[in-house]
Design a protein around this ligand. Sequence first.
Ligand code: ZN
Length: 337
Amino acid sequence: MIDCDVHAIVPSVHALTPYLTSYWREQVEQTGFKGPVDSWYPQGLAEALGHVATDATRTAAAVFSGPNSPSLAVLTCDYAVETLHNPDASAALARAANEWLAAEWLARDPRFRASIVVPSAFPELAVREIERAAADPRFVQVLLPVRSESPYGSRNFRPVFAAAARLGLPVALHYGGAPGTPPTPVGWPSLVMEEVAGATGVFQTQLLSVIAGGVFDEHPGLKLVLAEAGFAWLAPMLWRFDKNWKGLRREVPWVRRPPSEYAREHVRLTTAPLDAPADPGQFAAAVGQLGSDGMLLYASDYPHRHGDDHAAQCWDSLPADLRRRISSDNPRSLYRL
Ligand code: ZN
């Protein structure tokens, strides 16, 4: 089994000082520069969990224990470097976060793999960090927060996808991001619940943009992982997208096949939090709507907790060979493990 979403949380900028250049160390020590202070998660949740997944040994003890524990886990470090308006600061802290992951997580437990933290608001600098970090094969994907200042299919971001494709790395869009823009297309919600439940809309926007923008036609080997996104919304969205593509495809001659075909070939989705119908007996049908056994990737999303008993009932309702594909075959093939 492979767990495709385990969080590694940078406790504060001070944890990164050994990995900063002398210039940035001085900024932290003498000017009070705190690095990113926003979080991908609502503040209360971030604080409640902030002390949990900050340490490799304790995280490994929690993730790799128990009868059905995974043999490998892919770390997602949700350090909000995209909130920094100084491009050099954003790049310096992304690099330090990756060096911290390499030295204090990957070197301490061979069962960890990691996602590359990138200064996602600055594509040129993001490409440089991807190229630097990818020299270490324990970094198995590029991590982008799903909330960005503009959609990822726009031309600005094309160099990031090109770099990932060139290096054979999947790009993961993970719940979160704090680009300073609202998390809904109609402005700021009032409640945390609206933001969390409504995040599927942000994933849909990004997926529409990446497919319509022709990213997959440009990079036939590229894979896009949607992490902490759920999955049950995808099939109905693709029904609509395919229909609109038939009517409007003269606008996008580079999208040569129905969008659902690109999605099945290029898109993967993690299973936590699980979009689960109230009746676990209907779960297999929801999975079947995806039209492919190869799209889902098992994940725990540790240390976040997601009503695990109901998820387990849904999980048990799937045939054993499909469970094996989701928990082992699909992640192994995606990350070449
Ligand atoms: Zn996650």
